[in-house]
Write a protein that binds this ligand. Structure first.
Ligand code: GLU
Ligand code: MG
Length: 424
C-alpha cells in the first residue's frame, strides 16, 4: 500500500487530552512557524469530546505551533505508521502566546518562581496506569509474576521512550490489579511536563499496537486502586546547585523550600481543582488508598499531600542535598501535566514571595476538597488563582469543568469510573 509519512502537532489541554492536527511530514519546514489551525473553543472540548459550554462561540482563529525541542519520532518497527508528533503551543495568529494555552500557563509559573526567588524547579513524573493486556490475577501486587506477564510491553515502552530521547528511570508492577508504574528521570519543569505527556502517550501507543490499552484514569473502577501521578520536585539556584535541603530545617527543608511547600499547602483547597480535575479524582483521594486525603506535609509518608522523600544511600551531606526531593501526590492522569505542574509552581512561588511558614496544626490537618465541585468553588474564590490564570482563562476553566460535572452528575460511581476509564 502506498504511504506517505504524516506528522501530528498538538498540546495536552485542560481536559488532559492531547489534541491537535496533522500534516504531511514533507511540509514540516513551513509548519514550524504557522503550525496548524486551531480555534478558541477547541480548548472547551471536554474529556469526552463534546463542547458542553464555551465563552468563545464559533469565532476566532489560533494556531498550534510545534516546539522543535518536543518532537517524538518513534518507529515501532511492526509495520505500523511511525509515531511522529510534536508538542507545541497555542498561539494567536500573530505568533504571540494565547492567554489560555496550558503550556504557556506553566511557562508563566516558571517565570513567577524565578521572579520570586531566582530559583528553578526540577521535576520527575511518576505515573501509574492499568495495562489491559494482562489478566487480573489475585495476589500479584508488585509480583514478579505481574512483571513477567506484561511480556514485551514494558520493554517496548522503554525502547520507545529511549527513541524519543527520554530517560526512563523505572517500570514496575504496582499494587492494583493490572496496574503498572512508569517514572522518567528528573528534568527542568517545562521539559519534565513535556516528557510526562510523551511518556503517557508512548505508553498508550505501545499498548495500542499490541491491541490493548493503558488506562491513566484516576480510578479505573470504583472500589479498586487509584492511579496517581506523583510529581517529584526539587529547587535549584541559577548555578544549578540544589537548595531544597537543610539538615537543620523543618523536615530537612531549607528555608526557601519550606516557604515553597507552605505556599503549596496554603493553595491546595483551590489548586486541587487543577491537579485532580475530574469527578473520579475524588474517589481516589479517599482513605486507605495510599493517596492523600489531607492538606499535609509529612516525612516519608505515602499518604501525605506532600511527601518528604528519603535519600537512599546518601553518604555525604552534598550527596544528600543533591538527591533530596519532595513528592506532590494530589495529582492524577486527568490533569494536563502543564496545568498540574504550573499550579504547583505558582503556589510554591507565592509561598516564597509571601515568606509563608509551614502550618502547625493542632490535631488533624484539614481535609482536601471532597469533590471537584468543592475544589472549583475554592478556585473561584481564590484571588491568587485569578492572577495566575487571568480572567478569560479562569472563566473558561471553570465553565469547562462545571459543564463536565453537570454532564455526568447522574452517574453512580461504578458507571462514572467506567466512563472515565474509556477516555483516559
Ligand atoms: N496508587 C496510589 C495513588 O493513587 C499510590 C501508590 C504508591 O505509593 O505508589 O496515588
Ligand atoms: Mg506508585
Amino acid at each position: 500500500m502506498l504511504r506517505e509519512e504524516l506528522i501530528f502537532v498538538g498540546t495536552c489541554d485542560i481536559a488532559g487530552q492531547v489534541r491537535g492536527k496533522g500534516f504531511p511530514a514533507r511540509e514540516l519546514a513551513a509548519r514550524k512557524k504557522q503550525g496548524v489551525g486551531w480555534t478558541h473553543s477547541n480548548l472547551m472540548q471536554t474529556a469526552f469530546g463534546p463542547i458542553l459550554d464555551t465563552p468563545f462561540g464559533t469565532g476566532g482563529d489560533l494556531m498550534v505551533v510545534p516546539d522543535m525541542s518536543a518532537e517524538v519520532c518513534v518507529d515501532f518497527a511492526d509495520g505500523s505508521a511511525v509515531e511522529h508528533f510534536f508538542l507545541g503551543d497555542i498561539r494567536n495568529t500573530d505568533g504571540s502566546p494565547w492567554e489560555c494555552c496550558p503550556r504557556e500557563f506553566l511557562r508563566r509559573a516558571i517565570a513567577a518562581l524565578d521572579a520570586a526567588s531566582g530559583l528553578h524547579l526540577i521535576a520527575a513524573f511518576e505515573q501509574e496506569f492499568v495495562y489491559t493486556g494482562v489478566e487480573d490475577r489475585p495476589g500479584h501486587a508488585y509480583s514478579l509474576g505481574a512483571w513477567r506477564r506484561q511480556g514485551g510491553f514494558g520493554e517496548s515502552v522503554i525502547a520507545a521512550l529511549r527513541e524519543a530521547g527520554l530517560k526512563p528511570d523505572s517500570f514496575l508492577p504496582e499494587y492494583g490489579p493490572r496496574q503498572y508504574e512508569l517514572t522518567i528521570a528528573p528534568q527542568p519543569a517545562l521539559k519534565a511536563a513535556d516528557q510526562a505527556v510523551i511518556a503517557r502517550e508512548l505508553t498508550r501507543a505501545t499498548a495500542f499496537r499490541l491491541g490493548h490499552r493503558a488506562i491513566f484514569s484516576p480510578m479505573p473502577t470504583a472500589d479498586g486502586v487509584g492511579n496517581g501521578v506523583h510529581i517529584h520536585f526539587s529547587l535549584h539556584d541559577a548555578g544549578g546547585a540544589a537548595v531544597t535541603y537543610d539538615a537543620k530545617g523543618p523536615l530537612g527543608l531549607s528555608e526557601v523550600a519550606a516557604q515553597f511547600c507552605a505556599g503549596v499547602l496554603h493553595h491546595l483547597p483551590a489548586v486541587t481543582a487543577i491537579t485532580a480535575p475530574s469527578p473520579v479524582s475524588y474517589l481516589r483521594l479517599t482513605p486507605n488508598r495510599w493517596a492523600p486525603t489531607a492538606i499535609d506535609i509529612v516525612k516519608q509518608d505515602r499518604g501525605a499531600a506532600l511527601r518528604v522523600c528519603p535519600v537512599f544511600a546518601g553518604t555525604t551531606p552534598k550527596k544528600i542535598a543533591k538527591a533530596f526531593n519532595l513528592e506532590f501526590r494530589v495529582s492524577d492522569g486527568s490533569a494536563s501535566p502543564y496545568m498540574a505542574l504550573g499550579a504547583l509552581i505558582f503556589a510554591g512561588a507565592d509561598g516564597i514571595a509571601r515568606k509563608l511558614t509551614l502550618p502547625k496544626y493542632t490535631g488533624e490537618a484539614p481535609p482536601l476538597p471532597h469533590s471537584l465541585g468543592e475544589a472549583l468553588d475554592g478556585m473561584e474564590k481564590s484571588a491568587a488563582i485569578k492572577e495566575w490564570f487571568g480572567p478569560t482563562f479562569l472563566d473558561a476553566y471553570l465553565r469547562h469543568k462545571r459543564s463536565e460535572l453537570a454532564h455526568v452528575a447522574a452517574l453512580e460511581p461504578p458507571e462514572l469510573c467506567a466512563r472515565y476509564a474509556e477516555v483516559y
